[in-house]
Design a protein around this ligand. Structure first.
Ligand SMILES: [Zn+2]
Length: 74
């Protein structure tokens, strides 16, 4: 059986997703989904993804990166 694998990006705080809440759709690669998420204003902090709405609530808007050492994988 052939199964299509598509990628979406969810906010770790409120659960909004690119496909449902940002009308952005699904992507054929994780990299593309990630790029689109960034373009729409998603943040990644300490391995958690934060949507633009939550970022605003947390006043994270374009604050210089100050992540903890925990986010250094790769
Ligand atoms: Zn959110």
């Amino acid at each position: 059986m052939k199964v299509d694998v598509l990628y979406d990006v969810f906010c770790d705080k409120c659960g909004r997703s690119l496909s449902k809440d940002y009308a952005s759709g699904l992507f054929i690669s994780a990299g593309t989904a990630e790029k689109e998420a960034k373009r729409l204003g998603f943040f990644e902090i300490g391995g958690k993804r934060i949507c633009p709405a939550c970022a605003e609530k947390l006043s994270l808007k374009r604050v210089p990166k100050k992540t903890h050492a925990a986010s250094s994988r790769a």
